[in-house]
Design a protein around this ligand. Sequence first.
Ligand code: PRX
Length: 648
Amino acid sequence: MHYPYQITSIEQYQKEYQRSINNPEEFWGEVAQNFVWRKKWDSVLNWNFKEPKIEWFKGGKLNITENCIDRFLPTMADKPAIIWEPNNPEDRVRVVTYARLHKRVCQVAQMLKNNGVKKGDRVCIYMGMVPELAYAVLGCARIGAIHSVIFGGFSAQSIADRLEDAKAEFIITCDGAFRGNKDIPLKSIIDDALIGNKLVKKVIVYTRTRTPVSMIKGRDIWWEDEMEYAETQVEKDGVVHFPAEEMDAEDPLFILYTSGSTGKPKGVVHTIGGYMVWTNYTFVNAFQYKPGDLHFCTADIGWITGHSYIVYGPLSAGGTSLMFEGVPTWPDAGRFWDIVDKHKVNILYTAPTAIRSLMGFGLEPLQNKNLNSLTTLGTVGEPINEEAWHWYNENIGKKKSPIVDTWWQTETGGVLISNLAGVTPAIPSWASLPMPGVQPVLVDENGQECLPVINEAGASITSGNLCIKAPWPGILRTTWGDHERCRTNYFATYENLYFTGDGALKDDKGNYRITGRVDDVLNVSGHRIGTAEVENAINMHSGVIESAVVGYPHDVKGQGIYAYVIFEGKHFEAELTSKDILQTVSRIIGPIAKPDKIQFVKGLPKTRSGKIMRRILRKIAEGETANLGDTSTLLDPGVVDEIKAGKL
Ligand code: PRX
């Protein structure tokens, strides 16, 4: 069986693509009819990129949880919506049917209401990968509260900044989270984040690890107690009911913070109607999901990939989503393959960094693992190198499962450029073709469209900065509390274009290859980290005068973080001071932002106007010391030799 809007041949892709560009309103109006609306939209699309103002399905009334849950209850109440695999393979698997999901989401909605959460309020969610995280997200959506999930690898300080920016009054967290052999004390991190916070009224704590926690009277409450009480309210004579709030298509659904080229993460805002249509459409088409397939996305719900392809995409398609609490290498490096074998996974969606890390363990962890259930593989988060692509194709997909290389961003809500599994061709390390509705363009520094050039191999290739000409339903609408920031970040670099921050190549067949960020944003193990953010954190350490952070190629992480630091403190001892700095970065941002290398230097290469010449630092970090380009404009060219000599 296919979804009515599922593309099943290359000819159909071409036809649909053209239709989506020639008449987007008709195209997306048709797709949107496959969802449950309490009231139909007044207009499909209003937009300009100047302000920017982007509205999809304006005037349409709906609740996304009715689209992800309620509409499937009459026919598939007993179908698994979420299958949860715990961190420890010996522990019990949990199978959450659509009926059970409905009940739990209604309970969470009731629990939130009981605690004073209203439509439009911001609820910060800081939990491990337990089904309750999905319930929490959907419970917010049911009452129209705006969720803001924060990944468990962020520090108390990062949480505090996000709470402050979102003016969040409610938090849902866990006592702790299991990740491999670690037990992360989430509640205690929240407690640190709340020192000095005057806004947060309630912290709901779900018990996962039973690690000791301090529960502050009047503020902190147990999930279990609240849910038990809510159950008595939502369930009468075996019938579960909690009315979903009627929302406008353009009401915010969530805020998700992501790094940019400035020091401060920005709260990307997605709205309900467009995001729902986009995640569903791309889920069904990129992965070629069929009802009955088991979809395993290995991301964390703390990132956009988890939002879109663990929760909203699969559930809005009535699919079954496998949610995994643990890590790929614990208890051993065969964990993913065990899960595929145990649950008979059909679609596996993971990151190149995970593939490269597992490649390092050789083929032994694959022994005796039956991967025959797999039909489709996917990658996301960073460019995939050819070696990893072939390893994935040969050893995991056995050359029979198409690989989709899906390029997209937190801001895009869902996949923008990707082949469609088994429908359009897969080309190693090329994201390939735009999804219907997506009009990419490559421009030069001045915003002029780039022209193709013939390369050494005789192929016609265009190279430039990747922009998109018109909105698709899943595009961000604003950055929370600061619309001007959204404009300057994405819509002001080039007139009338959305600028992605990525560079790309295009071949003469219209396929795209993403080459990486062209701004000061790093991609470390598929996680986005701003160099300015890391520099700010390093500079907080006493004794640090100045620092400059760049990326360098890293075999497993894709990019590693290389920091050049000027230190003038009294107590300098290179190794120990490095560790102190790492500790500082962990505290300020979180362990995910710790530099891989710290080189202490006496000075940084600067222009006469005081600007750090990052290009030179990047080249040195990459190991290219011979050809550094023009250094004559430097204030003190001597520092370059010193830095080269001390390269780690
Ligand atoms: O540089 C691109 C890279 O990840 C960035 C977006 O990061 P984030 O918002 O955290 O979202 C990651 C998950 C969607 C992009 O600007 N990126 C993402 N997917 C790919 C990619 N680079 C190359 N190929 C991809 N498939």
